[in-house]
Write a protein that binds this ligand. Structure first.
Ligand SMILES: CC(C)(COP(=O)([O-])OP(=O)([O-])OC[C@H]1O[C@@H](n2cnc3c(N)ncnc32)[C@H](O)[C@@H]1OP(=O)([O-])[O-])[C@@H](O)C(=O)NCCC(=O)NCCSC(=O)C[C@@](C)(O)CC(=O)[O-]
Length: 315
């Protein structure tokens, strides 16, 4: 992306595409899957606070093996306890049919399967190769279709792998197309370890867009190297309007050591509103939700915007 391209990225250049952006909140799942012993009640309170802030898509938990990720073992309870708001999607990760059965039982509004563009990451994360994961997803997709429940698809390691390093954009595009053709309504492209930079992110997205329509793509950037907002800026004018982010910048992946949380939702919302894009989210209420969970976890809030709002409130 040239400097000229960047300077052309303004509300005007964005007006050719929709001015509404959908934020998929990852905090309760991606955010908390690395945190030990978060009480179920605190997860429920976080999800309810996010919905009260106007967030319409929330990943509430994950139905994976409790031996692999014990932090998510109470996802059924979480989904059962939340007071649901009309029009809000409460989603859950499901790696296999067993996970889907548990998610259906807990009345998840939709589920997500998760694959990878890296063989080594696939093996470490879900204990099978990319091809085996696709085989595993087939009966899950059939069952979800029969239950009339939408399925989202993740592709991890789209800009680098903690075990293999560089990942070819063509491989990201190949796996994305498979998940899309299997029936996933949206494919979320995950920079699992947050190593991507704007030019690479844009090239990767362009490669995937040759095989999956852009309106079916979402971007999921971890912010390990502080590049997530820049990456999103570099990709916005290609037409993507769905982004994953995590309140207070919570999180990381248990099978990607050293990876930090997702881009903070507050930082994303602030930037999108500044570009004249609509999210339907009340930024102050979102920041309060982030401070609530940060206090519970006894950690600093990872959102610069939330901290700035707090400072402003004190001044
Ligand atoms: C996929 C498996 C289950 C395979 O694990 P496995 O050991 O190969 O599975 P298995 O079928 O042999 O089963 C082993 C045991 O797990 C149980 N089991 C089996 N499935 C389930 C289930 N769904 N729910 C509950 N229990 C389950 C099963 O019943 C059995 O129990 P046992 O007989 O030993 O008592 C395992 O590898 C796993 O759970 N992995 C999940 C890892 C994970 O959650 N990673 C983090 C999420 S991905 C992520 O963060 C990336 C993302 C999405 O955010 C995007 C990005 O940033 O890149």
């Amino acid at each position: 992306m040239s400097a000229q391209d960047l300077s052309n990225l303004s509300a005007t250049s964005l007006s050719a595409t929709s001015d509404s952006v959908s934020l998929f909140e990852m905090g309760p799942r991606d955010g908390l899957q690395n945190e030990a012993a978060v009480p179920t009640q605190a997860k429920v309170a976080l999800i309810e606070a996010l919905a009260n802030a106007g967030v319409k898509r929330i990943e509430a938990g994950s139905f994976v093996s409790p031996k692999w990720v014990p932090q998510m073992a109470d996802s059924g309870e979480v989904l059962r306890q939340i007071r649901r708001q009309a029009g809000v999607v409460y989603s859950a990760l499901t790696p296999n049919v067993k996970g889907l059965e548990l998610a259906l039982d807990a009345k998840a509004s939709e589920v997500a399967i998760f694959g990878a563009a890296s063989q080594s990451f696939s093996q470490r994360n879900i204990n099978c190769s990319i091809e085996e994961s696709i085989e595993r997803f087939i009966p899950l997709m059939d069952m979800a279709k029969a239950a009339n429940i939408p399925v989202r698809g993740y592709v991890s390691c789209v800009l680098g792998c903690p075990y293999e390093g560089e990942i070819a954009a063509s491989e990201v595009a190949r796996v994305s197309e498979i998940l899309y053709k299997m029936g996933c309504y949206e494919i979320s492209l995950g920079d699992t370890i947050g190593v991507g930079t704007p030019l690479k992110a844009r090239k990767m997205l362009q490669a995937v867009m040759e095989r999956v329509p852009v309106e079916k793509l979402a971007l999921h950037f971890h912010d390990t190297y502080g590049q997530a907002l820049a990456n999103i800026t570099a990709c916005l004018d290609l037409g993507v309007r769905s982004f994953d982010a995590s309140v207070a910048g919570l999180g990381g992946c248990p099978y990607a050591k050293g990876a930090s949380g997702n881009l903070a939702s507050e930082d994303l919302v602030y930037m999108l509103h500044g570009l004249g894009l609509k999210t339907g989210i009340d930024l102050e209420k979102l920041a309060l939700a982030g401070f609530g969970i940060s206090k519970q976890l006894n950690r600093l809030n990872g959102s610069k915007v939330a901290n700035a709002i707090l400072q402003g409130a004190k001044a």
